[in-house]
Structures are given as structure tokens and as C-alpha cells.
Design a binder for this molecule. Structure first.
Ligand code: SAH
Length: 400
């Protein structure tokens, strides 16, 4: 092996890396042993020259090095193959029946900058780091060896690539793909448009929660807010809900959720509306001077998008979360269940629950917590990499 350039870290900066965190910020670097081209492989050492690992270097990114391995390793096809095999084995252990799942979840699988989703026999990959992008052909070859997919699609059309000096990229990288893909989640069929859709595939991180929340649905009047393709709604309908009403502001998503209901023989109990959830809840909870609001729902699901791209946006996001919880609680029958999720890394579990309790207080409601939720195991949580934990949820029963 030719001698690789070394990146030496300042004193005190090594601990995070030893604990498993792959990011080295520019400010943590003491010096480079020699000039390094962006995207190249480097070895990382502490200030006493002890090896900390191997990673990709990029001077243009705030994350100057993304560590891939604690040892001195070649980043070649067999490296990727062994990482993919390990990631796959993890999914097979924790979600043995899943046929669509996230195969590689970036930092969670010690492959910072790479996400690979499997939709039945089609793979969709997203690359968000320069070093990883340079390995695209090797990654494709390794995926073909390990997973033998019908097609591999790239959906690297993410704005964050510009921070790495990369253009957005998308297209079919291998095999053939025309038309939407029919996938199964917990035995229900969903149709996803991987090439055309404004959104890549669907939210695989809720796969286990769809099933878990559906246990509250038997005989229930259900409201699924931010329903997208109908994940929560359709699982509730299959579990025997009396009726499911789904709300999403996207006309395309609403149409797709109704088609999915049809395809699963659940159309009779499902309706959907293209509306802004805030406006809809507002209208439903507005009362005249002597009017009492009659709660209608036995199960309400709130699964909004992340309202917080940054820490600075947290206060506004919290106001938004409080608002929808306050209104949803007013529409929930006593004994009914509110299943609610937050996918923002910046809002932790305790803060999220505080917001819900503040909304309950304002609505003069008392809640009993009956379940807590997290992201499905194909989005592994590595506690020493706090960014890998983002999805949290609760089910609350309305005591009164
Ligand atoms: N529950 C879904 C995921 C929801 S993602 C699932 O499990 O697949 C967030 C969804 O909220 C998107 O489909 C988006 O179109 C929708 N959305 C975002 N803001 C909205 C708003 N203010 N009102 C209604 N829908 C909204």
C-alpha cells in the first residue's frame, strides 16, 4: 500500500472518533502530512500520531473527513461488499419478513454519505459526499454482487450536495426501470414512483410503527394527518377500522393513497382529502358562541414532516407541533388514541412530550401514555452518533 496522506487531529478531538462518530470538522484538524486532493482517502491520526481510522477528505465541506473504518483499509469493491453484507444481515435479523427496507443508512451503517433503499427488487441510492461519489461505480458493482437487483436507480437530487461541491444527480445506473414499483409493507401493497415522484420512494422508517399503531384501529373512526401514500391509514383500515380519513396537502399523494386503498381491497372504508392539515383542523375545531364541539375520532395519527431543518427553526416548529396537537386533542373521543410522531433530530423525545403536554393543558385534557415509538431497525441508532436518532413517537389515550 502506498503511504497515504495523514490528517492529524488537535488534542482532545480524538475521543468522538474513537467512540464511533465519523465526522471530523475542519476546526478539529491540527495539520495535514501532505497536500490532499478533495475526495481522496486519508488516514486519520491523533496529535501523537496514533491511528484513528481511514476516511474521505474534502476541504470544501464543513465535514472535512468522513471516517469509514477504525483501521487502515482499502476502500475498494470488497470493502463495500462486506459493509453491505453486514448491513443486510442486520436487517434480516431485525426485520426478517421485510421485502422493502433501507439497506444502508449512512452513518448508522458506517458509510457516511451513502443511503441505499431496497424496494422489492429495485435499489434506490443517494450519495451526499464527494468521496462516496467518486466510488459510485464501485458501489454499484458491489450492490450487484451482494443484492443482484433488477435495477439500480440514483436519486442524489438533494440540495446538501452543494456543500460538498457536487451537482445534483439522478437516473438509472444499472438494469432497467420503467413505470412505478409495487412494493409490500407488512403484507400491504403500495405503488411507488421511484423515477418520477417528487419524493424518493416512501418513508420506510415507519414500517414497524404502521403495524403497531394499527392495533388501536379496530372498529375505530380514524383520522390520518399527513398521510402521504396512506401508510398509517391503510394499516388501520386493514386492522378493522370503521372508517379512515386521510389528509395530505399533495394532490398526488392523496390520489396515490386512494389507489393504494383500492389495490388492497380497502377502498370502502377509506376517504382522503387534499388539504392543509393546519387549516382543516382549525376549521373542524371552530365553534360558535354556544356551540360545543363533538369529538368524532377514536384514533388520530399525526406524522408531519420535519418542521426544523436547523436548530434556529425549533421555536417555530414547536409552535406548529403544539397547534396541531391542541386541535387534534379536541377532536379525539374520551378513551381514544392519539398516535403522534416527530422526525426532527433537533426536537428530542423529552421536548416533544413537553409540547404535547402543553397542548393537552391548554385543551384541558389529561393523557395516559400507552406506547412509545422509534424509527424502524433498518434505520439503526448508534448512540455515540446522536444524528442517527431522529424519529420519536407516542401513543396517548385520552383519559378525559
Ligand atoms: N405519514 C406518512 C409520511 C408523512 S411525510 C407516511 O408514513 O408515509 C409528510 C407528508 O405531509 C407529505 O406527504 C407532505 O405532502 C405532507 N404535508 C406537509 N405539510 C403539510 C400540511 N401543512 N398539510 C397537509 N399535508 C402536509
Amino acid at each position: 500500500m502506498t503511504t497515504r496522506p495523514s490528517i492529524l487531529l488537535k488534542p482532545g478531538e480524538a475521543d468522538r472518533i474513537v467512540a464511533g462518530h465519523p465526522w471530523i470538522y475542519r476546526g478539529s484538524i491540527l495539520r495535514l502530512s501532505q497536500p490532499v486532493d478533495d475526495g481522496n482517502v486519508v488516514q486519520v491520526k491523533d496529535h501523537r500520531q496514533r491511528l484513528l481510522g481511514t476516511g474521505f477528505y474534502n476541504s470544501r465541506s464543513k465535514i472535512a473527513v468522513r471516517v469509514l473504518d477504525p483501521d487502515r483499509v482499502e476502500i475498494d469493491q470488497s470493502f463495500f461488499e462486506s459493509r453491505f453484507r453486514a448491513a443486510l444481515a442486520l436487517r434480516q435479523r431485525h426485520q426478517p419478513d421485510a421485502t422493502s427496507f433501507r439497506v444502508v443508512n449512512a452513518e448508522s451503517d458506517f458509510l457516511s454519505g451513502l443511503i441505499v433503499d431496497q424496494y422489492e427488487d429495485v435499489l434506490s441510492l443517494q450519495i451526499s459526499a464527494l468521496g462516496m461519489d467518486r466510488c459510485k461505480n464501485t458501489i454499484v458493482a458491489a450492490l450487484q454482487t451482494v443484492l443482484a437487483p433488477r435495477a439500480i436507480l440514483e436519486r442524489s437530487d438533494v440540495a446538501s450536495r452543494k456543500f460538498e461541491g457536487l451537482e445534483e444527480a439522478s437516473g438509472v445506473l444499472a438494469g432497467q426501470l420503467d413505470g412505478p414499483v409495487h412494493i409490500r409493507l407488512n403484507g400491504l401493497q403500495f405503488t411507488v414512483d421511484l423515477v418520477g415522484g417528487h419524493k424518493t420512494g416512501l418513508y420506510l422508517d415507519q414500517q414497524l410503527n404502521y403495524q403497531a399503531v394499527a392495533q388501536f384501529a379496530k372498529g375505530a373512526q380514524v383520522l390520518d394527518c399527513f398521510s402521504f401514500l396512506g401508510g398509517f391509514g391503510l394499516h388501520a383500515a386493514r386492522a378493522g377500522a370503521a372508517h379512515v380519513h386521510m389528509l395530505d396537502q399533495s394532490e398526488d399523494a392523496v390520489a396515490a393513497s386512494l389507489r393504494n386503498a383500492q389495490a388492497n381491497g380497502l377502498a370502502a372504508s377509506c376517504t382522503a382529502e387534499a388539504v392543509n392539515v393546519f387549516d382543516w383542523l382549525n376549521a373542524q375545531t371552530r365553534t360558535g358562541p354556544n356551540e360545543r364541539l363533538v369529538p368524532k375520532f377514536d384514533l388520530i395519527v399525526l406524522d408531519p414532516p420535519s418542521f426544523t431543518r436547523s436548530r434556529a427553526a425549533v421555536p417555530d416548529a414547536l409552535r406548529g407541533y403544539k397547534e396541531i396537537h391542541l386541535r387534534a386533542l379536541k377532536l379525539l373521543k374520551p378513551g381514544g388514541v392519539l398516535a403522534t410522531f416527530c422526525c426532527s433530530h433537533h426536537v428530542n423525545t423529552a421536548l416533544f412530550q413537553d409540547v404535547i403536554l402543553a397542548a393537552a393543558f391548554d385543551a384541558r385534557k389529561v393523557l395516559r401514555r400507552v406506547a412509545t415509538y422509534s424509527q424502524s431497525p433498518d434505520h439503526p441508532i448508534i448512540p455515540s452518533i446522536p444524528e442517527t436518532e431522529y424519529l420519536k413517537g407516542f401513543a396517548f389515550e385520552l383519559v378525559r
